[in-house]
Design a protein around this ligand. Structure first.
Ligand SMILES: C[S@@+](CC[C@H](N)C(=O)[O-])C[C@H]1O[C@@H](n2cnc3c(N)ncnc32)[C@H](O)[C@@H]1O
Length: 222
C-alpha cells in the first residue's frame, strides 16, 4: 500500500455556544436523515444491545434509536453545550440515553463495553483520528461493529450539491451548509485511501470502506 500524507494531529475543537445552537436547529430540519438511519441500525442491531454514538452533537440519532426499542445508548461528545442540550432534551422527552462529555481520542469508558458504535458527520473534526479509531476498537466488545459515516475528502461539487438538495434546507441554512461543506469541512475530510491507511493502524479484525454520494461509510468489526 502506498503511504499517504495524513494531516498532522491538531487540537480537538468542540462545537460550543451559538454554533452548537445553530447546528442543532439546522440539522433539526433534516430529521428524516436521523430517523432513516435509526431505522436502518435498529434493523441490524438486536434489541438489548449496548450502543455508543461517538460525537452525537444534539443527539438526534440517539433519540430516534431509543424510540425504536430497548437499547442501552450512550452518547459521548466533547462539547459541553451539546451534552447539556441533549441531556435536557432526553429528560424532557422521557427518552433513556446517557450523554457524557469526553474526547473520541480518549474515551472515558471501559474496554469491551459496546455491541455497536456509530460516528456520523464528526470524524473529520477529531484532532487525533488514529487514536480515535484505536479508542473505538477498545470500547467495542470482541465481534462488536462500528460504523463511521462522513464526508469524503475528494467529494466533487456536484456530489455535494446533490446531497444538499436532499437535505431540503431552508434558504440561508442551505447556503451556510454549502459554504461549510465546500470549504473547511472538505479540507478536513479524509479520502478512502487515507481511511484505509489509518484503519490499518487500529486493531480491528476487519474493515470495509464504501462510497455513498458525497460521503464514505466505514464498517469495522473488532
Ligand atoms: C458536525 S457535529 C455531528 C453531530 C452528530 N453526529 C450529527 O450527525 O448530527 C460534530 C460533533 O463532533 C464533536 N466533536 C468534535 N471533536 C470531538 C472529539 N475529539 N471527541 C468527541 N466529540 C467531538 C463536536 O462537538 C460535534 O458535536
Amino acid at each position: 500500500m502506498t503511504t499517504l500524507a495524513l494531516p498532522r494531529p491538531r487540537r480537538d475543537s468542540a462545537i460550543e455556544g451559538m454554533m452548537a445552537k445553530w447546528y442543532a436547529s439546522n440539522t433539526a430540519e433534516m430529521m428524516k436523515e436521523y430517523v432513516d438511519l435509526a431505522r436502518r441500525i435498529a434493523g441490524e442491531v438486536p434489541q438489548g444491545s449496548a450502543v455508543l454514538e461517538v460525537a452525537p452533537g444534539p443527539g438526534y440519532f440517539c433519540f430516534e434509536l431509543a424510540r425504536l426499542g430497548r437499547y442501552e445508548i450512550t452518547g459521548l461528545d466533547l462539547s459541553r453545550t451539546f451534552v447539556n442540550m441533549a441531556a435536557k432534551k432526553a429528560a424532557e422527552e422521557g427518552v433513556k440515553v446517557n450523554f457524557q462529555q469526553g474526547s473520541a481520542s480518549n474515551i472515558p469508558l471501559p474496554k469491551n463495553s459496546f455491541d455497536f458504535l456509530l460516528c456520523r458527520a464528526a470524524f473529520k473534526n477529531f484532532g487525533r483520528p488514529v487514536e480515535a479509531l484505536n479508542e473505538m476498537c477498545r470500547v467495542l466488545k470482541p465481534g462488536g461493529r462500528g460504523l463511521i459515516i462522513d464526508l469524503k475528502g475528494d467529494a466533487s461539487p456536484r456530489e455535494i450539491g446533490r446531497a444538499i438538495d436532499e437535505m431540503h434546507l431552508s434558504g440561508f441554512n442551505r447556503f451556510l451548509t454549502w459554504l461549510a461543506l465546500t470549504t473547511f469541512l472538505l479540507k478536513r475530510a479524509y479520502t478512502r485511501a487515507q481511511f484505509e491507511q489509518m484503519l490499518a493502524q487500529a486493531g480491528f479484525s476487519s474493515f470495509e470502506v464504501a462510497e455513498s454520494g458525497m460521503g464514505l461509510e466505514i464498517s469495522m468489526v473488532k
